[in-house]
Design a binder for this molecule. Structure first.
Ligand code: 5GP
Ligand code: MN
Length: 344
């Protein structure tokens, strides 16, 4: 644990010394790490000092997370009715910002969070965070925000408050953000934390099943369709990508989260160092990027597609049409030929 972590953990502990009005928020379309870290912290705070705690999510989240303890109490912000959420954010003394590094990641919820008088506390593991917070519990070497929440609980001296509900939420985020414990971010420390959670009573196999073995038939058929009809391979750039139209999503009645993980199939190809998923969403074209080895998809996303993330997993967007986005993608790819051709 670094000195700065100890310092920030102490600041957070002090801020929590008296009962507070607390809002926890996370990024748009929360994944297991975003929702798991929010709920893990939510349960902890509710076990302390009579805090009033509310989770406000900028959007809905995938159905494979609907088993998480406490998820039914999450308030889902609706940009058409901001007044329903505004009182929570306006009255907050503290706003925890989990698993995101830029206010643009909470979409329209930014218009409530930014002007709020509440002190903002970042807990995050993305590269190069923006300076919008008062407290900063941040580490880009952490495998997941859930890892940081676990560490923070220990550092604040609240290990006795850890229970199975918190453990299940944190386990899920670490499991998914490490690709089930296989990405390079899976350190021995991660395995120690996981061992602690299992000893606490977390049923790891049950969580894996709840997240990965609850597909709808439509989602599986969509996966088959995407693999056979929508995967494109650009051999000379060691790149593979999916191009998914709005019509494809409609045809398979695609729900929030149904495209999650798809990009990894493209990356699983031998000799492919860069994979992308380009999806025509109603409001924009959304992109997910993944890489093996030295190619930084964070830089790629931030340089060309208004995005960011991690070195090997990032995302971005485009306001061009789907086909113009594909053209732009292929054009900018040319700048990276030499790094993409390196053996990883
Ligand atoms: P995913 O492809 O799973 O949606 O996201 C991969 C990573 O990139 C995540 O860590 C996520 O936070 C980040 N990311 C995805 N989309 C965006 C975006 O539009 N902007 C930024 N700054 N980061 C993104
Ligand atoms: Mn994360």
């Amino acid at each position: 644990m670094s000195a700065s972590h100890k310092r920030e953990a102490l600041k957070i502990k002090n801020l929590l010394a008296e009962p507070q009005n607390i809002v926890i928020t996370t990024h748009h379309k929360p994944d297991a790490d975003a929702l798991g870290s929010s709920l893990g912290l939510f349960h902890l705070l509710r076990r302390m000092n009579n805090h009033k705690v509310t989770i406000v999510s900028p959007s809905d989240y995938p159905r494979f997370l609907n088993w998480m303890p406490g998820q039914s109490s999450v308030i889902i912000f609706d940009p058409k009715f901001p007044e329903l959420t505004k009182p929570y954010v306006d009255e907050a003394d503290l706003i925890f910002c989990l698993d995101f590094n830029s206010l643009s990641r909470i979409n329209e919820l930014e218009t409530l969070v930014k002007p709020s008088k509440g002190k903002k506390i970042i807990i995050d593991h993305h590269l190069e965070p923006e300076h919008f917070a008062d407290v900063w519990y941040w580490d880009n070497t952490a495998s997941a925000t859930c890892e940081l929440v676990y560490e923070l609980i220990i550092e604040m001296g609240y290990k006795n408050l850890l229970d199975v509900a918190i453990g299940e939420c944190l386990y899920a985020g670490i499991m998914t953000d490490t690709g089930s414990f296989r990405f390079p971010s899976t350190t021995s420390k991660v395995h120690h934390i996981i061992a602690d959670l299992i000893e606490l009573g977390v049923n790891n196999s049950k969580i894996h099943q709840a997240v990965y073995d609850t597909n709808t038939e439509q989602r599986l058929r969509f996966l088959g369709f995407a693999l056979s009809q929508r995967l494109k391979i650009v051999k000379e750039y060691n790149t593979a990508y999916f191009l998914i139209t709005a019509n494809d999503l409609d045809r398979f009645d695609s729900q929030t989260g149904d495209t999650e993980g798809l990009v990894n199939y493209a990356l699983s190809l031998e000799n492919i160092n860069f994979a992308a998923l380009i999806v025509e969403r109603p409001e924009m074209v959304k992109m997910s990027f993944r890489s093996k080895g030295t190619f930084s998809v964070r830089d790629f996303a931030s340089n060309h597609f208004e995005g960011g993330g991690h070195k090997n997993a990032s995302g971005g967007k485009s306001n061009l049409s789907l086909l113009d986005t594909e053209k732009k993608f292929l054009t900018v790819l040319e700048n990276y030929k030499s790094v993409l051709n390196q053996k990883q």
